[in-house]
Design a protein around this ligand. Sequence first.
Ligand code: SF4
Ligand code: SF4
Length: 144
Amino acid sequence: MQTVARWLRTIFLVDLIRGLWVTARYTPQPAFTFQYPAERRPVAPRFRGLLRLQVEPETGAATCIVCDQCARVCPDDLIEILDYFDFNLSRCSFCGLCAEVCPTRPVKALIMSEDYELGTYTRDRQILRIDEMYDGVPIEHYVR
Ligand code: SF4
Ligand code: SF4
């Protein structure tokens, strides 16, 4: 029975017509292409991008209380809080656990930001030090 159905689909070009129908539906719609890097793609509200540290908006004071919870919860051991707050971006799976457990309120010290340009020209630039992790610190943009 299945063989007959397949044979009929082949004879009547059902799959081809379906494919053409999809193409015909999408062709009149505007293109989804962004002219990156001149245009940047907007991200979804719960997008998980590069980890960032936040300061008190009024005073600019650091909000991290060095509780070490983010470092302990990271499944890949990518955060190290000794003399500095070091973060190894190259192996991050963006699971968000570190930002989830960060206890500071009302300003969360550690957040998953909307920055998605994570490429660097050298491997050691993937280790971010505390001063590179603050929200608002520009990331290295791709230039031709
Ligand atoms: S997002 Fe996940 S993998 Fe990346 S540093 Fe945080 S806990 Fe570790
Ligand atoms: S969990 Fe938050 S407050 Fe604690 S060390 Fe990490 S960033 Fe700082």
